[in-house]
Ligand binder design. Structure first.
Ligand code: XUL
Length: 607
């Protein structure tokens, strides 16, 4: 532990993700002082019937988690922190808590939520200490929180996509208008369509709902013992927030609520949104002071979504990109330019007004790679990825053989995908490697489980490269070379940072570097699997220690952050030859996706 970390204030970052609740505690010098985690399947799987942290109803496409699970997990993670050797001392020094939570998920509070929450602020005299689950047993109008993997809302999404369209315009005008207004076209998991479906399917629950939280504002509410507002970044994952006006979009509230009159009731349920990502929302509820010994001085800073928190895990510069390889795979960049498009997402930056986060989110990330891995013979050296990685590295770029010069392309969707919106399925194509011409479904012998391993990683990276093109531009690296046009590099990110469980995989790092480039290389964040919890902890620190509202997160954290020990270069990134090879088939990859999308849409409309 660094000297500065043995005294002074500490900051706690939570990450309530799909499969775990993690906690990281840092000191003012950013050193990590303590960590704990709860694994939903291992700790509560049989009690709640969970698989990979959620419950799925395949007939409807519903994916959800019990709110009681979240409450039990919060108690357990505090208990685990307290049980650490330095636990009691560390908990007493925490000055602020912030955190990150799975985006889009929503929690439905009943009419007496405020009173139940206020019970957490009361000092208990009973020797039988109640749990969060006990205190909040009657606080909710629905016991379930929809998860971001839910895909039950196609009917609602169709309505969202159509709602802002001008009557005379083409059919893609609606999604475009929605993306221009809210930062995203309609997506199954976005909270607006989710709320609309809950109103349709369970009108009584909806009527009894007094307040709707995102998972981030839900956790903040529990810690505060009062209803916390949504935060300025996570609110952009709802399809309801007008980003240019920074206010709720009235026509979309009306659509969700069912009428103009009902829209004001929905606005009341959603509450105000906190524009400032920093500062304090209030002191921690006495429940946590009494039960776990947290300091009563501890402040609750605004929580945000897990992806917005990931960009806070290190000071990002323009043109740096983050690839988060968790249950979902996400590609993130920060930009001052708001350039929305129906195929991706723009969100407000969680701490810096005027900046935006660009995001691509893939459902078929880690779990899809696992499925391909499991078609290969099992490994014997204890590393479950050894054979997969060998297959990736032994297969040439795009599986091109000297014999036919054909590039192999594919889509591997084990569950229905977000980008693009295509149901589960596997598709394999080939095209001419030199220019992407002659795109056609592949003959069955063109692919094998061995080539699939490389192709699935390439396919995920090609999709990211295709869609992030508007955000990158060609440039000359380094001042000293700016007069030398020969050193001008093609458009690509500067650094690609890998976070999440998959960031430990060297073969994936290499393919991402080959496809996406990265003029300064590919780096792994040392706390790769905990990046969003760390971002939450840094956010709590900035929220309290910023000089004033004008000291930005990047200024403050940038002064204290050192790359040594925090990041590790895992791949060279830009390789001119391979980068050009992938560039030659990018158009064909786009065309393949469009073809499959059109076929799948035709099937859907024919039903
Ligand atoms: C982002 C998304 C996922 C979840 C994962 O839009 O749905 O990345 O945030 O928890």
């Amino acid at each position: 532990m660094a000297a500065a970390a043995s005294q002074g204030p500490l900051y706690l970052g939570f990450d309530l993700s799909t499969q775990q609740l993690k906690a990281i505690i840092v000191a003012s010098d950013l050193s990590i002082v303590a960590q704990a985690k709860v694994d939903f399947d291992a700790d509560f799987g049989s009690k709640y019937g969970l698989t990979k942290g959620v419950i799925a109803n395949d007939d409807e496409g519903e994916v959800y988690a019990p709110v009681a699970l979240f409450l039990e997990a919060i108690d357990l993670v505090f208990a685990r922190l307290k049980a650490l050797d330095n636990g009691p001392e560390v908990l007493a020094r925490i000055r602020a808590i912030s955190g990150s939570c799975q985006q889009h998920g929503s929690v439905y509070w009943g009419g007496s939520a405020a009173e139940h929450l206020a019970n957490l602020q009361k000092t208990t005299t009973s020797s039988q200490a109640p749990t969060l689950k006990d205190v909040l047993a009657d606080a909710f109008s629905r016991p379930w929180a929809p998860n971001w993997q839910d895909h039950s809302t196609q009917a609602e999404c169709d309505k969202f996509d159509a709602h802002l369209a001008s009557t005379t315009a083409s059919s893609d005008d609606g999604p475009r208008k929605l993306a221009e207004t809210t930062g995203s076209a309609a997506h199954h998991r976005f909270t607006g369509p989710q709320i609309m479906r809950i109103r349709r399917k369970w009108p009584e629950d909806y009527a009894q709902t007094k307040h709707i939280s995102l998972v981030s504002s839900f956790v903040a509410s529990v810690l505060l013992g009062s209803l916390a507002p949504m935060d300025i970044s996570d609110v952009c994952g709802m399809d309801l927030w007008d980003i240019s006006k920074q206010q709720w979009c009235e026509p979309l509230l009306e659509l969700t609520a069912g009428s103009a009159e009902a829209a004001s009731d929905l606005r009341a349920k959603l509450g105000n949104v906190r524009i400032d990502g920093g500062g304090s929302m209030g002191s921690i509820a006495s429940y946590f002071v009494e039960t776990y010994g947290v300091s009563p001085e501890c402040q609750i800073a605004p929580f945000t979504g897990d992806n917005p928190a990931t960009i806070l895990a290190l000071p990002l510069r323009p043109l740096d990109a983050i690839v988060s390889l968790g249950t979902s795979t996400t590609f993130l960049m920060v930009t001052p330019h708001y350039k929305p498009d129906p195929s991706y997402h723009f969100l407000n930056h969680p701490t810096t007004p005027g900046q935006y986060m660009f995001m691509l989110c893939y459902k078929n990330g880690g779990l899809a790679r696992e499925k391909v891995r499991d078609t290969l013979p099992p490994t014997t050296n204890g590393d479950p990825w050894a054979n997969f990685n060998k297959a990736v590295l032994d297969t040439p770029v795009l599986g091109v053989s000297d014999a036919d010069r054909k590039a192999k392309l594919g889509l591997y969707f084990y569950i229905n995908e977000i980008v693009p919106n295509i149901p589960a399925g596997t598709w394999r194509y080939t095209c001419n490697a030199a220019d992407g011409s002659d795109l056609a479904p592949a003959a069955s012998e063109a692919h094998s489980p061995l080539t699939d391993a490389r192709e699935i990683v390439e396919s995920q990276a090609l999709s990211m490269r295709l869609r992030s093109q508007p955000l990158v531009h060609d440039y000359v690296p380094g001042e000293e070379t700016s007069s030398n046009p020969k050193l001008r590099l093609p458009a690509q990110p500067r650094r690609v940072y890998l976070v999440g469980g998959g960031s430990l995989n060297p073969a994936i790092a290499q393919v991402l570097g080959e496809v996406l480039g990265g003029s300064e290389g590919v780096y792994r964040l040392d706390v790769g699997g905990n990046a969003c919890a760390l971002g939450g902890a840094y956010k709590a620190l900035w929220a309290m220690e910023r000089r004033d509202e004008h000291e930005t997160f990047d200024e403050l954290i940038g002064k204290r952050w050192t790359p040594e020990g925090a990041i590790e270069k895992v791949d060279v990134g830009y390789r001119p030859e391979q980068f050009a090879q992938y560039g030659q088939v990018l158009g064909a990859f786009d065309q393949m996706e469009q073809t499959i999308l059109a076929e799948e849409q035709a099937k859907r409309h024919a039903k």
